[in-house]
Design a protein around this ligand. Sequence first.
Ligand code: ADP
Ligand code: MG
Length: 419
Amino acid sequence: MKIVVQKFGGTSVANPALREEVVKRVKEAREEGYKPVVVVSAMGRTGDPYATDTLKDLMVSSCGCGEQSLRDMDLIMGCGEIISSVVMSSTLCANDIPSLALTGGQAGMVTDGNYGNAQVIEFNPERLQAHLRNDEVVVVTGFQGMSHEGELNTLGRGGSDTSAVILGAGLGADRVEIYTDVCGIMTADPKLVSDARIIDNITYNEVCQLAYEGAKVIHPRAVEVAMHHNVALVVKHLSESGDGTMIGSESNYMGEGRFGQRDSHVITGIAHTPGLAQVTVDMGADDADLELSMFDRLAESDISIDMISIFPERKNFTIEEEKQLQAEATLKKLGVDYKITSGCAKVSVVGLGMRNLPGVMARVIKALNEKSIRILQTGDSNITISLLIPESDLSEALCILHDHFRLSAPPGDDERVLA
Ligand code: ADP
Ligand code: MG
């Protein structure tokens, strides 16, 4: 069986006209001899009646305390995808395509019991395969699975992408297609950088970094699973033509592989994360115990920290702004000398091209300094350089770096030579 998994995000199934586009994509795949498996997210965005956030708000307002149990929250949030999958499968049936809807659990996805942020620990494809052999298009609810105890667990925000990749890997699909409201993975978020360009070919590693650093177009966990199982991933626009972005391993781009030429820019893309606060803590150079217990206490309070830089007498890190009050309470209790600056954003440049190429950090800093953008902190790893800046400068900083690294120019235009 030649199988393709097609995942349609919330904005791609939001109304009847869009669902007709989904039908077209399913038909195309069938005409090419594929057995499509469809994965859907909840319909629409916040404010739409069956969107995930709307269901969540319904719960919070009905209990009036905002502390509804995680179990109830998962049960209500899982409804969005169930509604969407039933609507989609009946639309397919109405178009003479035999179809049925299955929840993640019914489709064989077993989760670890962790409400709100579960991992899929097992996938049993038999039931799904039987429907495929019957020539039925199965529409699976994204974002959820069922634990061995029979509990509905959701996979965390963006989890439908992960559902699609798990199905693709488990079914041995030729590829997983992620349909969305942009033409592919772009050099930056097109909502903030108007001349962002579609990246035709990119590696798992780079997309993973971009996703971790805030590029919402795909969920990082989905890319990790795809990389692990070497599942070919394609990101495309639902209704516009075009090949979209092909995501594969680095070796796919070498020699006469099935993939095209990899981008030759030093930087492949830029991601951003708004809504951060910078925390600066001063303590004595010999206070190693205090330092340890500070990080322990923050972790226990479920405050994730990022961009950690440690000097003998100063520790800098970032937190999400919405965790600021909680962090202050923790730091006060420890009696440490701290300062929290809210209104920050992180800008991250990502690219395999910067590996073993010195001077990229200096170029980034210089480009921002020339336009008087204050850099509050920097961090770097293998193929990523991140900068913390005031959030008010975010769009400008993205455009400056996008221009500086000539990211709107086509891939053959070797920036390394021009730099
Ligand atoms: P879906 O509902 O289909 O899952 P998402 O909203 O999760 O869609 O992801 C698509 C959005 O991701 C786009 O509308 C775009 O604004 C945003 N985005 C952020 N960074 C990028 C990027 N580098 N390339 C493409 N889109 C991006
Ligand atoms: Mg998404």
